[in-house]
Design a protein around this ligand. Structure first.
Ligand SMILES: Nc1ncnc2c1ncn2[C@@H]1O[C@H](COP(=O)(O)OP(=O)(O)OP(=O)(O)O)[C@@H](O)[C@H]1O
Ligand SMILES: [Mg+2]
Length: 233
């Protein structure tokens, strides 16, 4: 059974009197442990699709299931539970809080889940060690490089051990060296921790780190590319 199952997904945005159709019938099944990329030109609907995968938005039409749970049928509180249990998010511009150091940023989702004291510090530290920042716990975002900030954001996404990491242009603000580091970390999360990774990217080189690429054009999947060396860095 697919862990993430999108069937005939359509999505429109209402702009005054008119509906702008952005997704026009998307079918994607993603299994546990897959590492997939979504690629396509600007405006093709990639972020819209990722927002639906992340339950930040509900599709106008079609069905979405996470581990057999029909998303559009869930109550708000059940939806929040599913999001917490299954999903971690990584964004292009990191979204770190500037007045909190690396460990405090990673502790945020743990605070929301009611974890306190040394347990919380230990868990945040472990996540930062996984991304290779065990020696940067007390640095503020302004004292970190772009690549390091993204690694803190990844630590924050994985500290609750989600089944899935969803990333929207995770290397979009980084140079190629830092991008490779981020891909190495994604591969580690995928291979060693069994996390399912779904990344949106403009960059063909970056897409090749996944095992499969969904090419999206004007709101439809134009083709699916199986990457031979997928997951390699
Ligand atoms: N909240 C919104 N209201 C109205 N239209 C929107 C909204 N969000 C996105 N759109 C439109 O939907 C289309 C797809 O947007 P989306 O952000 O999904 O594209 P994208 O593929 O992620 O592009 P990019 O590569 O530039 O990030 C665009 O034409 C955009 O203008
Ligand atoms: Mg986008």
């Amino acid at each position: 059974m697919a862990l993430l199952k999108l069937e005939d997904i359509h999505h429109s945005y209402k702009m005054g009197q008119i509906n702008v159709d952005v997704l026009k019938g998307i079918d994607i099944h993603i299994s546990r442990g897959e590492f997939v990329s979504i690629m396509g030109p600007s405006g093709s609907g990639k972020s819209t699709l990722l927002n639906i995968l992340g339950c930040l938005d509900i599709a106008t039409r079609g069905t979405y299931e996470i581990d057999g749970n029909r998303i559009e049928k869930l109550s708000d509180s059940r939806l929040a539970d599913i999001r917490n249990e299954f999903l971690g998010f990584v964004f292009q511009h990191f979204h770190l809080l500037s007045h909190l150091n690396a460990r405090e940023n990673v502790e945020l989702p743990l605070i929301y889940r009611g974890m306190w004291g040394n347990d919380r510090k230990r868990k945040a530290t472990e996540a930062l060690e996984i991304v290779g920042l065990g020696d940067r716990l007390h640095h503020l975002p302004s004292q970190l490089s772009g690549g390091e900030k993204q690694r803190v954001a990844i630590a924050r996404a994985i500290t609750m051990e989600p089944a899935v990491v969803l990333a929207d242009e995770p290397t979009g603000a980084l140079d190629s060296h830092s991008s490779n580091n981020i891909m190495r970390i994604f591969k580690k999360l995928n291979k060693e921790l069994g996390m399912t990774i779904v990344q949106v990217t403009h960059d063909y080189e970056v897409s090749l780190h996944g095992q499969k690429t969904y090419h999206i054009l004007d709101g439809v999947i134009e083709r699916i590319e199986n990457v031979e060396s997928g997951g390699g860095v």
